[in-house]
Each structure stands twice: as C-alpha cells, then as structure tokens.
Design a protein around this ligand. Structure first.
Ligand SMILES: *[C@@H]1O[C@H](CO)[C@@H](O)[C@H](O)[C@H]1NC(C)=O
Ligand SMILES: *[C@@H]1O[C@H](CO)[C@@H](O)[C@H](O)[C@H]1NC(C)=O
Ligand SMILES: *[C@@H]1O[C@H](CO)[C@@H](O)[C@H](O)[C@H]1NC(C)=O
Ligand SMILES: *[C@@H]1O[C@H](CO)[C@@H](O)[C@H](O)[C@H]1NC(C)=O
Ligand SMILES: *[C@@H]1O[C@H](CO)[C@@H](O)[C@H](O)[C@H]1NC(C)=O
Ligand SMILES: *[C@@H]1O[C@H](CO)[C@@H](O)[C@H](O)[C@H]1NC(C)=O
Ligand SMILES: *[C@@H]1O[C@H](CO)[C@@H](O)[C@H](O)[C@H]1NC(C)=O
Ligand SMILES: *[C@@H]1O[C@H](CO)[C@@H](O)[C@H](O)[C@H]1NC(C)=O
Ligand SMILES: *[C@@H]1O[C@H](CO)[C@@H](O)[C@H](O)[C@H]1NC(C)=O
Ligand SMILES: *[C@@H]1O[C@H](CO)[C@@H](O)[C@H](O)[C@H]1NC(C)=O
Ligand SMILES: *[C@@H]1O[C@H](CO)[C@@H](O)[C@H](O)[C@H]1NC(C)=O
Ligand SMILES: *[C@@H]1O[C@H](CO)[C@@H](O)[C@H](O)[C@H]1NC(C)=O
Length: 454
C-alpha cells in the first residue's frame, strides 16, 4: 500500500508536513490480488476491423433510457460486462455498487470494443453516474465509452481494479468521458488511470486522485485528448502521460509523480507523427528514480511549460530520442522495434517557470528551448549520443545558469550582452555560422566562463 503524499512547505521555515491523500488501495489491499496484478495481456492477437455484434453483459439497456439507484450489480463470467448501454441508450445511475470478476480473453476486443468492461457505454449512448463504486478483478476497465456520440459523465465515484488492461476511465472509437471527484486505483499492467484508444478517446478529469501501480500504467494515456485539472496522481511503473502519435494532453493544477520511462513519455508507435501537444499549466511533475523529466521519441511535439515544475532527481530535464516505446512499455526501443523510426523534434516554450536539469538530444534529434516571461533554467545542453541539436532562446527577463559545458546551434538572447547567462566557469559553445549577431566572437560570461564559437 502506498498513499499518495504531497509535501507542503510552510512559510520559509524548514517545517514540512506530509499530507496524505487516500486512494482505493488503502481500502482493498493490492497484495490480496497479486496474482491478478502479475497477469500479462497477450497483445499478439489478430486485429478485428469491425465491432463484434456479441458484446456480452448481464444488464443490457439498448435503445432505452433507464434510471438505477441504490443497487448492487455484478458479473462474474469472462468477457462479460455488468452493464452495457448501447444504440442510443441512456443510463442514469446513482449509488450503485458494481462488482466485476471474470477474465478478458482478447486484449483487442477489450481495448477496441469494451469487452469485459464493468460498464460499457457504446454506439451514441450516454451515462450519468454518481456515487458509484466500481470494483473489478481479473482485468477489466471500470468505465468504457465507445463510438462517436457516446458520452459518460461520472462524479463522486470510486474505481478499483486488479488485473491487466484495467483502465479506470477508458474512451475509444471517439467516445468521451468526463469525470469529477474520482478516486482511482489500478494495480495491474497496462492499466492507466485515464486512457484513450484508437482512433481517439476524449478524456476530461477534474478534482481527482489516481494511483496506478503496474508496468505500462500511466496516469494519462493520451490517444485523442486528455484534459486534466486538479488531479493528484502517482504512476509507480509508468509515466504521468503516455502519448502515441499527434494527440493533445493538457494538465492544469495537477501534481503527478512517475516511476518509469519518464515524467512523460511521448512517442509515435509507427511512422513519426507531427502535431503532438503537451501543456503543463500550474502543474508539477516529479520523477521517482533515474528517469528524465520529459521523454520524447519518434515524434514532433510542442510543449508548453507555464508556471510549472518538473522535479527530476536524474537531473535530465528533456530527452529527445530516435526511439519509441513498445507494447512492453518498459524500455526505450530502437530501430529493431520499428524501422520507420525518426529523430524526435521538441519545441518547448517555458513561461513563468524555474526549471533545472539538462537538455539531451540523441541521434539527430532536436530540442528548441525558449525561456520567456521571468523563467529561469539551471542546466546544460549536450548531445546524448551522435549528433544532437539544441537551440536556446532567452527573453531579457529570463536566465540560464550553466551546470556543465554546453553546445547550442542557435543561441538567441534578447539581452545582447548575455548578462542573463551565468556560466559558473563553463563554456557555452555556439555555432558561429548560425549566430551572426555574435560576430564569431568569444564573449565572456558572468562566472568566469565564455560563449565560444565553433
Ligand atoms: C454498435 O453498432 C455496430 C454497427 O451497427 C454493431 O455491429 C455493434 O454490435 C453495436 N455495438 C453494440 C455494443 O451494440
Ligand atoms: C440512434 O439515433 C440516430 C440519430 O437520432 C439514428 O440515426 C439511429 O438510427 C439510432 N440508432 C438506433 C439503433 O436506434
Ligand atoms: C475464464 O478465463 C480464465 C483465464 O483465462 C480461464 O482459465 C477460464 O477457463 C475461463 N472460463 C471459461 C468459462 O471460459
Ligand atoms: C457532475 O458534477 C458537475 C459539476 O458539479 C455537474 O454539472 C454534473 O451535472 C454532475 N454530473 C453527474 C452525473 O452527477
Ligand atoms: C467498494 O466495493 C468494494 C467491494 O465490492 C469494497 O471492498 C469497498 O470497500 C467499497 N468502497 C467503498 C469506498 O465503499
Ligand atoms: C471516429 O471518427 C472518425 C473521424 O470522424 C470516423 O471516421 C470513425 O467512423 C469514428 N469511429 C467511430 C467508432 O465512431
Ligand atoms: C488538439 O487540439 C487542437 C486545438 O487545440 C485541435 O485542433 C486538435 O484537433 C486536437 N487534436 C486531438 C487529437 O484531439
Ligand atoms: C499561462 O497561464 C496563465 C494562466 O495561469 C495564462 O494567463 C497565460 O496566458 C498562460 N501563458 C501562456 C504562454 O500560455
Ligand atoms: C569545458 O570546456 C573548457 C574550455 O574548452 C575545457 O577546458 C574543459 O575541459 C571543459 N570541461 C569539461 C568537463 O569537458
Ligand atoms: C535568474 O533569476 C533569478 C530569479 O530572478 C535570480 O535569483 C538569479 O540570480 C538569476 N540568475 C542569473 C544568472 O541572472
Ligand atoms: C552550424 O550550423 C550549420 C548550418 O546548420 C551546420 O552545417 C554546421 O554543421 C553547424 N556546425 C556545428 C559545429 O555544429
Ligand atoms: C534562431 O532562433 C530564432 C528564435 O527562435 C529564430 O528567429 C531564427 O530564425 C533562428 N535562426 C536560425 C538560423 O535558425
């Protein structure tokens, strides 16, 4: 059991108070479900192009409106939901206890059509749920929304799962889910707290607590759109955000910790996609262990860091790599996993933030890092392997403190005397061809080092 804890520093005095936030694993001990949580889903199964007509459930509301309250409902067969709302159906559910046991026999049926989900809302259907306790074992999504026009609203609810592919909220096939005041725990592998899937899912989460434990389980799996506000979370063996392809993820007032791969891990699983967006606003991402703050591979992405913190003890702030994440979700994969790989291009814009850690592009990857509106950065810029390209731009009211020799291509500084760069004795190498404004000169920097042309 591991409660999410947030440290509050009170005043300037060295007083620290740990505020514990409870999540469902404080009520149902994951150790009691260790066998479930050790299960791995088989993802080498044949893809099915169209939705099977035999989505199974104990309670089916098809083309009808139903209201349920103060009931206990359950299902215990494999590949069988407790509730299926389909074909323009609508469900209003209050004060429900929903218990789902029974295994999923096909990962893709579960992922793309919601087989075995405790609650499956499909084909232009809707659900309004409040005060719902959805507990699943053996591997099943808690709430699944499928198809254009399907929308689930869920408030004030408790979602627990053990077993693989047990996302808390799971929207696929253009489905939408809006959640408020949720407490979510998933103990299994590939079980993100809030997840979209192909071709897109739209997930909006507010005022919630999420705890994911298994490998490949992120707080947010963006395939489509993720908008999160006031969410406190921990992903013990996954990043805060996974993103596959050109998707959007926006975190506002979130405080999230990640234990594997990176604070975020954004990639394209086939051809490199362009247009991914990650926005961190008034948010904090903390990494646990030796992983970078933000990791990008085989993607072209815009990153906005606005009044936000990225706390990475590895001291690596951003990695851009010629790499991707595979379905194993536990290592950075190379060319052997995808012969279409290309270098990552990261365009990071920082506002009103104090950041520290290094910028490390690998193998032809590129990082554009611009510090604006009173931002500060303490770190270095260098290639991790092969040629790695970095441009740094500083506004006059932002500054950079070097922590090692650094090499940049394009150096832009609104303070043309470079007085906002503190060298700490290190050398900042710049590309003389690209920076005519520096006249190919060596410029002495505060702290005894210099900006030196190469
Ligand atoms: C959704 O609609 C498709 C296409 O009409 C149909 O094949 C499928 O069985 C429906 N799904 C559900 C869960 O009713
Ligand atoms: C669902 O509603 C849409 C639009 O009103 C309609 O075109 C469609 O036939 C309905 N489907 C079912 C299964 O009732
Ligand atoms: C349900 O799935 C489990 C795990 O795959 C399997 O052992 C069991 O035989 C299945 N039950 C039925 C009735 O098919
Ligand atoms: C959830 O809460 C929001 C905001 O308070 C409210 O507008 C919405 O109607 C609630 N939905 C449900 C299903 O209770
Ligand atoms: C939710 O239901 C599960 C089992 O069905 C139970 O163990 C748990 O205590 C319930 N949670 C809450 C918050 O009541
Ligand atoms: C999802 O949206 C796309 C693009 O609008 C559409 O082609 C596709 O049929 C939709 N899928 C479902 C399951 O509604
Ligand atoms: C991302 O958001 C932009 C607008 O901010 C929108 O145009 C685009 O369609 C969104 N993409 C996805 C995959 O949701
Ligand atoms: C940063 O966020 C604030 C609100 O917190 C907003 O007013 C401002 O426009 C944002 N800046 C950028 C560059 O998005
Ligand atoms: C940093 O650059 C300076 C100047 O070229 C050099 O003397 C020094 O050895 C370099 N330091 C490291 C750690 O490479
Ligand atoms: C950068 O700005 C911070 C905050 O204003 C200030 O404490 C620090 O001394 C500045 N560093 C440099 C190198 O100008
Ligand atoms: C400087 O930039 C030019 C133009 O992009 C490039 O050809 C050259 O290799 C760069 N020099 C170094 C030392 O990186
Ligand atoms: C260098 O960066 C600045 C600011 O981003 C941009 O305006 C300029 O075009 C860049 N120059 C080159 C040669 O890339």
């Amino acid at each position: 059991m591991r409660s999410i804890s947030v440290l509050l520093s009170l005043l300037a005095a060295p007083i620290q108070a740990a505020v514990s936030i409870s999540d469902p694993s404080d009520v149902i001990n994951p150790a009691d479900w260790a066998a479930d949580n050790a299960l791995l889903a088989d993802y080498n199964v044949a893809f099915v192009e169209t939705q099977p007509s035999d989505v199974k459930a104990v309670h089916i509301y098809s083309s009808e409106a139903v209201a349920l309250n103060h009931l206990s409902l359950s299902a215990d067969e494999n590949d069988t939901s407790v509730i299926l709302v389909s074909e323009n159906g609508s469900l209003t559910g209050s004060y429900l206890d929903i218990l789902k046991t029974g295994y999923s026999s096909n990962l893709l049926y579960a992922s793309f059509w919601g087989f075995n989900a405790a609650v499956n809302v499909a084909n232009s259907s809707s659900a309004h749920l409040d005060h719902v306790n959805i507990t699943v074992h053996n591997g099943a999504a808690n709430v699944y929304s499928y198809g254009t026009g399907s929308v689930v609203h869920i408030n004030d609810s408790w979602l627990y799962s053990s077993g693989p592919v047990s996302h808390g909220l799971y929207a696929s096939g253009n489905g939408t889910i809006v959640g408020r005041n949720l407490k979510v725990y998933s103990g299994g592998t590939r079980s993100s707290s809030f997840s979209g899937d192909s071709p897109a899912g739209y997930i909006y989460v507010y005022d919630s607590v999420a705890h994911a434990k298994g490998v490949g389980s992120a707080t947010f799996y963006a395939l489509g759109t993720v908008h999160a506000q006031d969410v406190v979370s921990i992903s013990e063996h996954g990043p805060v955000v996974f993103m596959d392809g050109a998707q959007n993820a926006t975190l506002v007032n979130c405080d999230a910790a990640a234990g594997l791969l990176g604070g975020v891990a954004l990639f394209s699983s086939s051809d490199r996609q362009s247009g991914a967006k990650l926005n961190l606003i008034n948010s904090k991402i903390t990494t646990l262990g030796d992983i970078p703050g933000l990791w990008f591979g085989n993607t072209i992405v815009d990153v906005l860091i606005n009044s936000s913190q990225i706390v990475a003890p590895s001291n690596v702030l951003i990695v851009a790599n010629y790499s991707q994440i595979t379905q194993d979700f536990d290592y950075y994969a190379g060319f052997e996993a995808n012969s279409d790989l290309l270098p990552a291009e990261v365009y990071a814009e920082v506002h009103e933030s104090a950041l520290s850690g290094d910028l490390v592009p690998y193998n032809g990857s590129y990082i554009s890092f611009s510090l604006n509106s009173h931002s500060t950065w303490s770190g270095a810029a260098y290639s991790g392997f092969g040629v790695g390209l970095i441009d740094v731009a500083l506004s006059a009211n932002s500054n950079w403190t070097l922590t090692a020799n650094s090499t940049v291509q394009n150096l832009t500084d609104a303070d043309t005397t470079l007085s906002n760069i503190e060298s700490c004795g290190y050398t900042l190498y710049y590309n003389s061809t690209l920076n005519e404004w520096l006249g190919g000169q060596t410029v002495l920097l505060a702290g005894g080092g210099s900006a030196t042309p190469v």
